[in-house]
Ligand binder design. Structure first.
Ligand code: COA
Ligand code: ZN
Length: 308
């Protein structure tokens, strides 16, 4: 049963998970306008982009410039994806203090995505945590466990392996946010609820917080997020207009659309803090980006019906 006074945090990931899927350059100015508009629509945490190899993802090569031009109002948190130490250093130099570190549950996707073994990714994580612990100012780390439910090459992943990786992460860092990611959108609600329940019950770090990152490839994005909510998750990654698709996971389409999940939660009495009408305006701007692949339900419903 959903409690009427409950609230969730939506992490808007279109500027990272969405933009990275677009081949041709979007342009720094356009990205900055969209990020600022997302903040104005009430998004309180935005994944602004990634500090990755520009050869792997050329679209992210202007992160330093983006950092200089976006607004940094109080109360707005920016997160950036970093795959390695180099990414952390560049992100720190640009003023970011919240990082998303990604590696995959499955070996083949990890090789494809970050070109290393899962063991090497865990070792790198240990080094990153040591580096962050040298900082004198506050910082936060999110660990994105990609392919936690399904891998495009190896299919369904074992819950035992996911729980083992979570336990390993917790030996390296206490108090991280751990996201189980349905990279391919192939999970189902029962699986999502069961995996989160299992992993959260097995966790012996009470400071760990949990997030769900889902794609909508098979149309189950909202249902999967609600299932994660039922398991106790309160942080959800979504992309306005449903922009997205992992370039290293064949066939994966966009993230669950922010407007669809916001609508679903608000209809259930769970608050998100996001202004749906303003968010839909930004979703239109995002849908107009050439080369983007978008999908959402709410954008196609007459506005007056959404508001009612
Ligand atoms: N930022 C900018 N440049 C980086 C970088 C970073 N974080 N990490 C590495 N590079 C550069 C290196 O300097 C090197 O450049 P050079 O060839 O001009 O000297 C080049 O990228 C390759 O570096 P290397 O350390 O050998 O990495 P790799 O080729 O083994 O690739 C990753 C590993 C992780 C850097 C790369 O695969 C990557 O950036 N992947 C991004 C994955 C991603 O974002 N996926 C989608 C999100 S889930
Ligand atoms: Zn994703």
């Amino acid at each position: 049963m959903m409690m009427p006074t409950d609230s969730v945090e939506i992490v808007e990931v279109a500027p990272r998970d969405g933009f990275q899927s677009i081949r041709e350059s979007i342009g720094t100015d356009r990205k900055v306008l969209i990020i600022n508009a997302l903040a104005a629509a009430g998004c309180r945490r935005i994944e602004a982009g990634s500090f990755v190899s520009p050869r792997a993802i050329p679209q992210m090569a202007d992160m330093g410039e983006i950092a200089q031009h976006i607004a940094w109002p109080d109360g707005l948190r920016y997160m950036v994806l970093v795959p390695n130490r180099r990414g952390i250093e560049l992100a720190l130099a640009s003023g970011f203090r919240e990082f998303g570190y990604v590696f995959s549950v499955s070996e083949s996707h990890n090789q494809n995505n970050v070109r290393r073994s899962v063991d090497d990714s865990l070792e790198d994580l240990a080094g990153l945590v040591e580096r962050l612990e040298e900082l004198t100012e506050p910082w936060r780390l999110r660990i994105n466990l990609a392919t936690a439910f399904d891998c495009p090459f190896e299919r369904r992943q074992s819950a035992v392996r996911v729980a083992g990786l979570v336990a390993h992460i917790q030996t390296l860092i206490s108090g991280a946010e751990i996201a189980l990611c349905d990279t391919t959108g192939r999970a189902n609600p029962r699986q999502v609820k069961a995996l989160f329940t299992r992993v959260m019950q097995a966790s012996d770090d009470p400071r760990t917080t949990w997030a769900y990152h889902g794609h909508d490839t098979f149309g189950l994005g909202v249902a999967n997020a609600l299932a994660a909510y039922e398991a106790g998750v309160r942080v959800f990654d979504t992309a306005a207009a449903g922009l997205g698709g992992c370039p290293f996971a064949p066939g994966a389409t966009g993230n669950t659309a922010t407007e669809d999940l916001v609508f679903a939660f608000e209809e259930c009495g769970v608050t998100t803090g996001i202004d749906l009408a303003r968010l839909l305006d930004v979703a239109e701007d995002i849908a107009a980006i050439p080369g983007g692949c978008v999908a959402s339900h709410l954008r196609h419903v007459p506005r007056e019906r959404v508001a009612g």
